[in-house]
Write a protein that binds this ligand. Structure first.
Ligand SMILES: Cc1cc2nc3c(=O)[nH]c(=O)nc-3n(C[C@H](O)[C@H](O)[C@H](O)COP(=O)(O)OP(=O)(O)OC[C@H]3O[C@@H](n4cnc5c(N)ncnc54)[C@H](O)[C@@H]3O)c2cc1C
Length: 357
């Protein structure tokens, strides 16, 4: 096999589209069957939208909610700023399905419901015991580790991702119209956007804070007392959906090297704090860069450090802002600065964006 892509999320699909357009026939292994809805804020930044358009995904046709402004909350303080360019809120279920369909249309093969179990010198072994050999492999398993190629364990007080869907009442729809909201609290932050018919509430929270509260539901209860604006949204909703969680996100990590023939992309190449809403852009841009490197015959050992340099600024800037946002004093400062001049959040939002492939 020429190129095996493990993981059919945004990064894997972007790599497949680039390779197929270059005349190759990549195979994607995706462990989920149709219909999976990855835990994510679902905020498509303007750089994500531009990357999707370059990949031939018609963004207007996705049916997302247009977002023009950001509201930020820290305790009783609020700031509102216009985004530098329009963004969008959409579920990962819809986005990922469109991207994979585009990859298939370009000529990539997709095997759904097939999980890679581990990697070694011989190749990839799937969960049902088949051994796959390849000339090169693109590692796009995102938030999930592949045995034999796992990222180093995150250090310090690691972050946990949590997500609830809120049933949208007319009042909640009005509050969230054209808006992404960021609610800062001690030990984390929450993003809230409309996606199709529901509102998506997605939290990044330190393990320490979660442990203090005991359970995710107890944390949400504590936050509804601590964050008046969030409490307003929760009580405007007509119901809370099922909760999803993901542990140990290595925010700030970048892959500076790789094994021969293994190209790491998306969250397997670098993990930007979710506050920036730029992980999807990084997934698409890094997938396109990997496809180009492979088509040009560039080795993985050259590709990986170059990609790490490309990601240094957005991941560094987002990391510094996210660290501040997780501390009550820091969050109040961010909101106060954003309230003084819209140029400040605008500059921060621009610096945390990834450049095109
Ligand atoms: C709490 C939270 C909120 C976020 N909010 C936003 C946001 O609003 N906007 C934004 O731009 N980014 C956001 N992000 C970041 C974004 O979700 C990721 O950066 C992005 O999903 C990375 O894409 P990917 O393709 O690398 O990985 P993923 O999206 O994780 O996709 C990986 C794919 O690989 C498959 N897979 C995994 N293991 C295997 C295996 N062994 N075999 C076969 N298939 C496998 C999975 O099923 C999945 O489909 C958020 C992240 C978190 C944690």
């Amino acid at each position: 096999m020429d190129t095996l892509i493990v993981g059919g999320g945004p990064a894997g699909a972007a790599a497949a589209i680039g390779l197929a357009r270059g005349g190759r026939s990549p195979l994607i292994l995706e462990r989920q069957r149709e219909g999976a809805d990855a835990l994510c804020g679902g905020f498509l930044s303007w750089t994500t939208i531009a990357a999707l358009e370059r990949l031939g995904v018609p963004v207007e046709g996705l049916g997302g909610h247009r977002i023009d402004r950001m509201k930020m909350f820290a305790g009783h303080r609020t700031a509102c700023a216009r985004l530098p360019a329009p963004a969008m809120g959409i579920s990962r279920q819809r986005l990922d399905a469109c991207l994979l369909a585009r990859a298939e249309l370009e000529g990539a093969a997709v095997e759904r419901g097939v999980a890679a179990s581990h990697f070694d010198d011989g190749g990839i072994t799937t969960a049902d015991g088949a051994l796959l050999r390849f000339d090169r492999m693109v590692l796009a398993t995102g938030k999930h580790e592949l045995r034999g190629l796992a990222r180093p364990a995150a250090e310090g007080d690691r972050m946990v991702g949590l997500r609830w869907r809120l049933a949208a009442s007319p009042r909640l729809l009005e509050m969230l119209a054209h808006t992404i909201e960021i609610h800062c609290f001690r030990g984390g932050y929450a993003g809230l956007v409309m996606q199709e018919e529901t509102a998506n509430l997605c939290l990044a929270v330190s393990r320490r804070r979660l442990a203090e509260e005991g359970t995710p539901d107890a944390l949400l209860l504590a936050l509804s007392r601590e964050c008046p604006a969030l409490e307003g949204r929760l009580s405007a909703s007509s119901g809370l959906g099922e909760r999803q969680a993901i542990a140990n996100m290595p925010y700030g990590w970048r892959a500076r090297s790789s094994l021969p023939h293994v190209y790491r992309i998306g969250d397997q190449a670098g993990v930007i704090p979710s506050l920036a809403g730029e992980g999807l852009a990084i997934a698409l841009v890094s997938g396109a860069r990997a496809a180009r490197a492979i088509l040009q015959g560039r080795a993985a050992e050259t590709f990986q450090p170059r990609l790490a340099r490309h990601l240094r600024r957005p991941i560094g800037v987002a990391g510094a802002i996210a660290d501040l946002a997780c501390r009550p004093g820091g969050a109040r400062t961010i909101v106060a600065l954003a309230g003084m001049s819209p140029a400040i959040p605008n500059l921060a939002a621009r610096l945390a964006r990834v450049r095109p492939a």
